[in-house]
Ligand binder design. Structure first.
Ligand code: ACO
Length: 432
C-alpha cells in the first residue's frame, strides 16, 4: 500500500501523506498543502472530500454496500429492529440482553414532553411545515435540559446516554404531537409499556376513550422504515450535525441544525416529492413517460424524484429492501395501491432508458419509502419527519465522534474567491 503521494505544481513537488481506511478506502491527506504550497484543495460540494475519519458507517456507492459498525444493512433489516440498530449505531456494538433492556427503558422513561414545550408548538400556525416545527422543538431542548446541553464537550459527554435517549424518544413524540396539532386533535401521552413504534402509533392515532390497537404488520413496517434510515455516512444533514457540533455546540442544537438540513427536497424531502410525482402521474392517467422525458432534459427542477444518489452509482441497497417490503406490507394489509404499480412501471422504464443507465441512476430509498408510509397511515406532509426519527441515531453517533475526538478542530472549509477585486467606495451621488 502506498504511504505517500506527490503533488507537482510547475516544477515544485509537495509530498502528501496517504490514508487507508479499514475497508481499503484511499485518501490523500491535503491538510498541510496550503501551508506548504499556498494552494488549497478545491472540491465544490465536498463530493470528493473526506471531512472526517469515522467508525460508524461504511458505504461503497459503486458496489451498493451499506454497513453499520460492520454489519450489512440487509442483515440488520432482517434480524434487528430500530431500537437495537440505534444502539448499535450510537454505541458501536450490538447490545446484550441487559443493555438492550436498559436502553429501551431509558427511551420509554423519556418519551413524554413537558407541558411548556407543548405551548411552543401551539405558537405555530397549524399550516407550518412539520419539519420547521420539529427543528424548533429540538432546538428548544437545551432550554429544558440545560445540564445536558452545556456546550462543553467534556460535561455534555458525561450526560451523553441520557441526552441521546431524550433526543431519540422525544423526537418521535414531537412528530406525533405535530401531526395531532395540525389536525386539531388533543395530544396523546405516551405509554411506558409500549415498544417504540407501537408507542408512536398510539400517540399518532389513538382517539378519545379509544386507544389505537397497533397492527403488528404496521409496527413492523414502521420499524423497517426507521431502521433503514438510521445512518448514512456523511450525507448533507449528518455533515451539518458534525459541522455545528464541531463548534462545541451541544447535541440537541446540532441535531436541530441537521433536521433543518434534512428538510430540503434533494435530501429528506425527496420522499414527499416522489409521492407527489406518482400522484400526478396517477391523476393524469399518464404512464410516467412525460416525467421521464422531462427528467431527461437535464433541468434540475424536472428530475425523476427518488432516482439517483450523491454517492450510490449502483442500486441503493436500502431501496431494494424497502421495495421488496412494499409488496409484503401492502399484501398483508390488503392494500392495492395504484401508486405502487406506477412506481414499479416507472422504475422498469427508467432502468431500460439509456439516459438513466449511462448516468448510473437507480432508485434510492425514497422511491418506495413513501408508499409504505402511506400504507401505514402516515400522511404525506409528515414523511420527512419520519425520516428525522429514523436518522436521529446517526446524528447522535456522529455528534459523539466529534465531541470525543481530542484532536478535533472546528469545521472551517476555505473557498476560492471569484468576486470583484479591490475597488474604492463610491458615494451615493456618483452611483449609476
Ligand atoms: N433525474 C434525472 N436526471 C438526474 C437525476 C434524476 N433524479 N439525478 C441526477 N441526474 C442527472 C444529472 O442531471 C446529471 O446529468 P448530466 O451528467 O447530463 O449533467 C447526472 O445525472 C449526474 O447527476 P449529479 O447532479 O452529478 O448527481 P448528484 O450526485 O449531484 O445528485 C441527487 C444526487 C441530488 C440525489 C440527484 O440524483 C437528485 O436530484 N435526485 C432526485 C432527488 C432525490 O431522489 N433525492 C433523494 C436522495 S436520497 C436521500 O437523501 C435519502
Amino acid at each position: 500500500m502506498p504511504t505517500n503521494a506527490t503533488l507537482k505544481i510547475d516544477d515544485k513537488e509537495y509530498p502528501l501523506p496517504v490514508m487507508i481506511g479499514s475497508e481499503g478506502e484511499k485518501a490523500v491527506d491535503t491538510r498541510a498543502l496550503r501551508q506548504a504550497s499556498g494552494y488549497i484543495a478545491y472540491d465544490q460540494g465536498y463530493g470528493n472530500t473526506g471531512s472526517c475519519e469515522s467508525q460508524i458507517t461504511y458505504l461503497d456507492g459503486d458496489n451498493g454496500i451499506l454497513r453499520h459498525r460492520g454489519y450489512p444493512i440487509d442483515q440488520l433489516a432482517h434480524y434487528s429492529d430500530f431500537v437495537e440498530t440505534a444502539y448499535l449505531v450510537i454505541y458501536g456494538e450490538l447490545p446484550n440482553a441487559t443493555k438492550r433492556k436498559e436502553f429501551g427503558q431509558l427511551l420509554r422513561k423519556n418519551a413524554a414532553v413537558e407541558m411548556q414545550m407543548q405551548k411552543i408548538l401551539e405558537g405555530f400556525p397549524t399550516s407550518a411545515s412539520p419539519m420547521a416545527m420539529l427543528s424548533a422543538l429540538v432546538a428548544a431542548l437545551p432550554a429544558y435540559y440545560p445540564e445536558l446541553a452545556t456546550n462543553n464537550f467534556e460535561k455534555d459527554l458525561k450526560n451523553f446516554d441520557l441526552a441521546a435517549a431524550i433526543a431519540i424518544s422525544k423526537i418521535r413524540t414531537f412528530v406525533a404531537m405535530i401531526y395531532r396539532y395540525q389536525k386539531g386533535l388533543p395530544f396523546v401521552f405516551p405509554k411506558q409499556e409500549l415498544p417504540f413504534c407501537d408507542n408512536f402509533l398510539h400517540m399518532m392515532f389513538s382517539e378519545p376513550y379509544k386507544d389505537h390497537v397497533p397492527v403488528p404488520e404496521v409496527a413492523k413496517a414502521l420499524n423497517l422504515v426507521l431502521l433503514l434510515h438510521a445512518d448514512h455516512e456523511q450525507n448533507c444533514s449528518t455533515s451539518t450535525v458534525r459541522m455545528v457540533g464541531s463548534s462545541q455546540a451541544n447535541l440537541f442544537t446540532s441535531m436541530s441544525a441537521g433536521i433543518s438540513a434534512l428538510s430540503g427536497p434533494l435530501h429528506g424531502g425527496a420522499n414527499v416529492a416522489v409521492m407527489q410525482m406518482l400522484q400526478s402521474i396517477h391523476d393524469e392517467g399518464d404512464d410516467g413517460s412525460r416525467f421521464i422525458a422531462a427528467a431527461k432534459s437535464g433541468s434540475k427542477t424536472n428530475r425523476l424524484m427518488g432516482f439517483g444518489h450523491a454517492v450510490y452509482r449502483n442500486f441503493d441497497p436500502r431501496a431494494k429492501i424497502i421495495g421488496d417490503a412494499c409488496d409484503t406490507v401492502l399484501t398483508r394489509l390488503g392494500i392495492d395501491d395504484p401508486l405502487l404499480h406506477i412506481a414499479k412501471n416507472l422504475e422498469q422504464a427508467a432502468l431500460k432508458d439509456d439516459y438513466f443507465v449511462s448516468r448510473k441512476l437507480y432508485p434510492n430509498v425514497d422511491f418506495y419509502s413513501g408508499i409504505i408510509m402511506r400504507a401505514v397511515g402516515i400522511p404525506m406532509n409528515m414523511f420527512t419527519t419520519m425520516f428525522a426519527i429514523g436518522r436521529a441515531p446517526g446524528y447522535i453517533a456522529n455528534w459523539k465522534e466529534v465531541a470525543s475526538n481530542p484532536k478535533g478542530r472546528i469545521y472551517r472549509p476555505r473557498q476560492i474567491y471569484v468576486g470583484p477585486v479591490k475597488r474604492d467606495y463610491v458615494p451615493m451621488s456618483n452611483r449609476a
